[in-house]
Design a protein around this ligand. Sequence first.
Ligand code: SF4
Length: 381
Amino acid sequence: MLAENYHSALVDQIKTDDFTFRSGRLTVHLAREFGFCYGVDRAVDYAYQTRERFPDRRVFLTGEIIHNPHVNEKLRAMGIEFIGHDEDAVSALGKDDVVILPAFGVTVGMLERLDKRGCTLIDTTCGSVLNVWKNVRRYAEGGYTSVIHGKVWHEETQATASQAVAYGGRYLVVLNRQEASRVCEVIQHAFTGADDAARDAFVEKFGGAASPGFEPGRDLQRIGLANQTTMLMSESLEIGEMLKAAMLERYGASEMESHFQAFDTICSATQDRQDAVVALLRERPVDLMIVIGGYNSSNTCNLARICAQSRPTFHIADPDCLVSAAEIRHRPVGAKAEVQTTPWLPTGEPLTIGLTSGASTPDNLVGAVVAKLADFARPPA
Ligand code: SF4
């Protein structure tokens, strides 16, 4: 069923042809790593198997299994219900119900609530996410605050942060380099006064992204690094270096081990997809880039971010966004909403387009995009 729903013969052919598709004036170069990662593949496979294994029982997902509207729609069509943020829905679950936990995991609180209801749990949490949790728990037990490079609103980061609290620790989520430099300032200047305006400004800024009762002067003396697995990896590494340098300045090399911890928690699938798109941009003379994936998919947004640094880039949610050769719907990097652009496809020839897709995008959507591009690039009959 999985192959039937998500496979693309066209994409297989493109891979065989050196990841290149040619048709008339159009050349499409596909990144050498793209689409479903091992964690997503496994999660979707488990969801299909769950439906088959428990045909007569109610099957639920805590939320989106992955950030792809097509995949979630297919699961809905199979009779799998979504709980989302509905507390009443959790309370209404019983021991005959089956609940699938998504690839990016759930918070400790959610797991406890589900466990209390006595339902059967199918845990698809990805091994790479579990690896991050293992380190966060280690930090908590060692008295280190987990500084998590991630998006505070993302399910995975919320789940990771909850691990720190469950093990008696603290956490602080930083989104980007700018936020990391605010943290570095605290580390370097070690402010502690309760009435300190800088301390208050920091708490106001990071209050929603830190563990309850977070006190920057106290809680940033010993830190351990973690990250949401789908962040821009070059940025995660850079933030790690910034924080390390700040700790070094504050405490000196001899004290570093007791103040600063870092383990490699970078997800290889995310890294491979980002590396592949960087290589494509370096090696292929593409006129523009198309990135396919859900607008709420963190790893897809980061692929688009990389592309937009050097090429006109269109992040599209699915093939329907390619309305015509003159019109495209897409979400610009950093924007909150989808926009419409006309015209978008260069009319001259030859036309070379680079293509990649996020870790939650099935191959059939990539194939459909290539087919549409070929159609749009064809000269009028
Ligand atoms: S992006 Fe990485 S961590 Fe997330 S599901 Fe895929 S393999 Fe796992």
